[in-house]
Design a protein around this ligand. Sequence first.
Ligand code: GLU
Length: 473
Amino acid sequence: MAKNSEPNFYESVQRNFDKAARHTNLPEGLLEQIKVCNAVYYMQFPVKVGNHYQVIEAFRVQHSHHRHPTKGGIRFSQKVSQEEVMALAALMTYKCAIVDVPFGGAKGGVKISPRDYTPGQLERITRRYTTELVRKNFIGPAIDVPAPDYGTGAREMAWILDTYSALKGGDIDASACVTGKPVTQNGIRGREEATGRGVFYGIREVLNDKGLLKRMGLEPGTEGKTMAIQGLGNVGYYTGKISQEEGGFKIISVAEYEGAIYCKNGIDIDALVAHRKKTGSILDFPGAVNMEQRKQTLEVACDVLVPAALENQIRDDNVKKVKAKIIAEAANGPVTASAAEYLLKKGCVIIPDMYLNAGGVTVSYFEWLKNLSHMRFGRMEKRFDQNRYLNLVNLIERETGRSISDKEKSFITKGADEIDLVRSGLEETMVTAYHQIREVMKRKQKIEDLRTAAFVNALGKISSDYINMGVFP
Ligand code: GLU
């Protein structure tokens, strides 16, 4: 690749790594060890589709073994390639380090377009893929733990668990071999919304960060800010819904596979999803106008642009048209390294993928812990807390001679359920990680962007793991 030409996704990740590495004084060998992919498993297997057999290509990449298990989703997409999965696996390593989730990074990819297959065929493909992983010891609660990604969800995770359990009878921890499972099958409440909720918390932190906002001439706070979203899958949908309901954002444009819409007064995300369910498309949504091309959502003038689909969406050929002040990378790698350079020079703030979409893996970590403990969060303390708060409220009522309504009382004295604990753990994680990244920027004045700071933060943690292991002196 020529120095200034547009890098592909994997090269973008490597280029960003190199840029950050220059701000550390880590030895070259250690940096190289962190940068490379530790294991790449490429497989091809036959699956019966209709009356014939089709050979399916698939990958699992474990980027870093500095912590075990390795962790990362499985993507079903026609665009899957080895380099793409390697880039995604590398991002998982940095992501986990940034949010203090004690895993190495991994990623899987199956080169199929799910919409071309029936559920029965998808099940066969998923089960066969899992069998291949088991055969090569590439899956297990202590080895490598997959999760959903683009094109997969709880249903596929249930198939993976069932296949793994069938092959590994007697493993009492089998349910921790995969996360993002249905709640009824040892999943955790709040995992489905987790990435989008984490994206919202990350955006909210930036919008409360007066130092950064000054650069863009934005007032602090989320209320009334405008947002455009590319992709209404799991991540885009929950980001939009939670930003709207809890942040007071106005969503002025949404793009999906079939097209894009615009409405300056705001689009109700749940109503849009209902409309899409009914008509099969987001187009012709009442009150909104259809845009000529779906990529125009990326060019809308707004406070926050949320690319929540795939990599390489903002690149040299369209970056000059991007008008958003904040680019919130809900997807992995949506902005190429060279497009990012242009945006940063213009004063845009990019909230980097490896921080912003880490909510998914954070709650996956909670799910894994829940599976290993064989108990739901909150089971031990919920009633204890409830009684304690009730005693306290009763005491205050007695001492003051005033009483509150039953509704208020049950609100104040409620003990935490699993969903409350998951959300609170996620919020704490996203807020803490943001401030760690900002601390790096304050300590190292030459770092001007959040991605480089996030990388430097991750490199510090991963390198000390290697040093503590005695691998590097
Ligand atoms: N696929 C998600 C990601 O890219 C989640 C991974 C996980 O939960 O392990 O972060």
